[in-house]
Design a protein around this ligand. Structure first.
Ligand code: HEM
Length: 486
């Protein structure tokens, strides 16, 4: 049967709208007493922030701004501190929730630890022949779930974390979960707001979701709701899932460390040599060509040789490009650039039938959330070009199917040196220089120099180092209340 139209009050707030955040705390846990946990869950449900609340909050901010502009009085705005929760397959098993929400084969069921080798993470094979990734311990043991707590400052978020811990008795004699890891993430300060640690503006390109994002920006493609939400139109597995799974979403979470001073040094040492470019500008260009955008966010497909600080942050213009007419060329953007690898736009649609095209990207789209963790670069790190303090991206993606979304992007696109497919060009793209990986093996890319696009550039190290992660399911609020809670 067809489900009732989407009700935003049912969907956890991080998925479609993104919890408002300056800082976020991720509490990863193991359930130690299933009955007590599920009983306590009933008290957590009223705290869960829905998409409807987030949308309402954003509307009030807009109304307040408009009122301020008119000089009229609006009630002062209350900041919201968002709470969301998601569970791994082992977490569902531990709670005794037996319905299969995902048909096999799918990495959700086995968990990310078992998928690490396939994702290209570095590791060793132990005596029993099992691959053990080079991860932190917390992710090498079962993680049952994660609370995502998000807000405008540390005190309000800490207070909410304690409130959640209290509900589950974690501060008392009979805790029902054990915390295995807490990660505090912060949006970067000042002018770096919205930029990831390498310095590039992030979170620009997201798919619009049909009937939710009603006014997509130019170039922003709309996907069916079931690409992100389970059970909706576009979710290929909708029929095989229990009805309570409707409006949940799978979470591909990765704990990614970034070697920022090493990355900067590599750019400094390998400036692109073009007539009229200073060494410094040549390094800047190399960075932009590895990422697919300039630090400001301006896409190199639109402005290939110099940054455009007005275009970068302008949502009406900064996503309006498709690598069109470039299926055999990396003059404007390298085939391997991070943005082209993870969303090849027209590349697959322009593929001729003789090469298996045209192919739609729709089922490969994900919504990216997550946050930066770790401190800003220190003087010492800057001078020595060596990382001393861990920092990076707690990468969070939402999709209705992990194997179509995150796993495919990492394994079959970023790590696949032949991707994206070309029509006539025989130049091999190489790895995604940001996230592409093969168990620590040396990586090459082409296309870094627009005037010698076939030349190969060797990347000395992996600048992004995965240290863990898990696949979770973020259930709808009715599922939490009526199926999970006792
Ligand atoms: C886009 C950085 C990890 C998938 C971007 C952008 C930046 C960036 C700067 C451009 C801004 C934008 O278009 O929103 C990073 C860094 C990472 C990382 C520094 C690791 C530390 C990942 C991972 C995936 C991924 C693990 C998925 C496997 C994407 C996608 C886009 C994107 C799908 C949008 C491409 C487009 O639609 O044009 N990333 N990213 N990223 N990234 Fe990443």
């Amino acid at each position: 049967h067809t489900p009732a139209p989407l009700d935003l009050a049912n969907v956890q707030g991080d998925i479609l709208s993104g919890l408002p955040k300056k800082t976020q705390t991720y509490v990863f846990f193991q359930i130690t007493n299933s009955n007590a946990f599920r009983t306590a869950l009933a008290h957590l449900v009223p705290l869960i922030t829905s998409t409807k609340e987030v949308v309402g909050h954003r509307q009030s901010i807009a109304d307040n701004k408009a009122a301020a502009a008119r000089n009229s009085h609006e009630p002062p705005l209350l900041e919201i501190v968002g709470v969301n929760v998601a569970f791994s397959q082992i977490g569902l098993n531990t709670m005794g929730i037996k319905d299969d929400i995902q048909a096999e084969p799918n990495p959700f069921k086995a968990g990310q630890l078992k998928d690490a080798q396939n994702l290209g993470d570095k590791g060793v094979t132990d005596k029993s022949g099992n691959f053990v990734p080079d991860w932190i311990d917390a992710f090498k043991h079962p993680v049952h779930g994660v609370f995502i707590i998000s807000g405008h400052d540390h005190p309000s978020v800490s207070k909410k974390v304690h409130e959640v811990e209290h509900i589950f008795g974690v501060d008392g004699q009979h805790p029902s979960f054990k915390e295995v890891l807490k990660v505090v993430g912060d949006v970067r300060p000042g002018k770096e707001k919205g930029h990831e640690h390498f310095g590039f503006l992030d979170g620009i390109s997201q798919p619009a979701v049909k009937d939710f994002d009603k006014h997509p920006n130019p170039g922003q493609e709309t996907v069916r709701q079931g690409i992100i939400l389970v059970g909706r139109d576009g979710d290929g597995d909708a029929k095989s899932r229990p009805t309570w799974a409707l409006d949940g979403s799978f979470v591909g979470l990765r704990y990614l460390f970034q070697l920022v001073p090493e990355f900067n040094k590599f750019l400094l040492d390998n400036p692109i040599d073009l007539p009229g470019l200073t060494r410094e500008k040549g390094s800047e260009l190399l960075g932009a060509r590895l990422m697919g955008r300039w630090k400001s966010g301006a896409p190199i497909d639109i402005t290939p040789l110099q940054d455009n600080l007005k275009l970068g942050p302008n949502a009406k213009e900064n996503n309006n490009f498709r690598y069109q007419g470039e299926i055999d060329s990396q003059t404007r953007c390298p085939f391997s650039a991070h943005t082209r690898k993870t969303n090849p736009r027209a590349d697959l649609e322009d593929l001729p039938p003789s090469k298996g095209g045209p192919v739609s990207n729709e089922t490969r789209r994900i919504i990216r959330r997550g946050i930066q963790f770790g401190p800003e670069l220190t003087e010492e790190e800057n001078c020595d070009h060596k990382t001393k303090h861990g920092r990076g991206l707690l990468f969070v993606s939402y999709q209705s199917n992990i194997s179509n979304g995150f796993q495919f992007l990492q394994h079959s696109w970023a790590n696949n040196t032949q991707f994206p497919p070309r029509d006539k060009s025989t130049v091999i793209p190489g790895f995604d220089p940001i996230i592409g990986q093969a168990d620590g093996a040396a990586r090459h890319v082409t296309g870094s120099n627009p005037q010698a696009a076939g030349n190969q550039l060797t990347l000395p190290i992996d600048f992004v180092v995965p240290k863990g992660g898990e696949y979770f399911f973020s259930p709808s609020i009715p599922a939490l209340r009526d199926t999970f809670a006792l």
